[in-house]
Design a protein around this ligand. Sequence first.
Ligand SMILES: [Zn+2]
Length: 303
Amino acid sequence: MRAVLVVLGLAGCAELGVISDGTSISVGKASHGYLIDGARLPDQGEGFTTREVWQRRNNRYGTDELIDLVTGVARRMATHVHDVKIVVGDLSGLGGGGAFAFHRSHQSGRDADFVYYMRDADGKPFEPDAMHVFDGKGRARDQTGLTVDVPRTWLLVKELVAAPEAPVQYVFMYEPIAQMLLEHAAKIGEPDAVIAAVRKALKQPGDSARHDDHMHVRIYCSDADKDYGCVDYGPMEMLAQRQAQTEATFALVSGAVSRPAENRSAFDVGSPPLTSTSTPTPQAPLRSLLRTGADRIDLRGWR
Ligand SMILES: [Zn+2]
């Protein structure tokens, strides 16, 4: 997203004859592309961790925007969820490309896998040890008794879709789990506009990649990277909507993410009051709107 210098006639560090200023460039499609000067996601950080299997593969590289998104969302989730961390699986390999047998996409630094939030057989929060395959009711198929933690996973996808760090195009997810999240959101009185925005991002790619054991986040190309060959594939709706948002409206939706409303306990059982210092502060006129209840405001731009 930052400035990139084009140096004609010089041997640049990249195939395009481009010398970047040290920031990343995502080239091509997520399913056919590569990554220049990608950033590496640390194995541990505030609110997130990974497991040895993914550490060993070292598919931990992404664009600057993707790394900012993962670390930013994890940091904000840590203000809601205190007892477990988000477990982050594969991103892209160093330099991207398709040399890794594990994924068809994940090539251009704009994809990241998240393990679902889980509960153990006793219903207690459980920091995932690995991916587990879930059935249509969110129960692990491997007899461990694990279940998808629906309230927390809802909060995570909502954070992703509203995150200021990068516009999310997709959150690939098993459709029955997506349905459980959306039903939960309606039940706790989330604003229609927020539910509609998340609904657009949630997608099950197909039966061959059902994403019943993890969710997979893809971000759009940054404007700067598009000039250097980054290619978005699929609906551009989420990006267009993001760009159409006024700053104030976006702040309103972000505010809804951290709204310390009556639903707090559903997200944060047994934890101190939910607070967020990293959410943009709504403009003054919007504060009074918020006090009237964000769920009664029709945000057409998000539909
Ligand atoms: Zn994936």
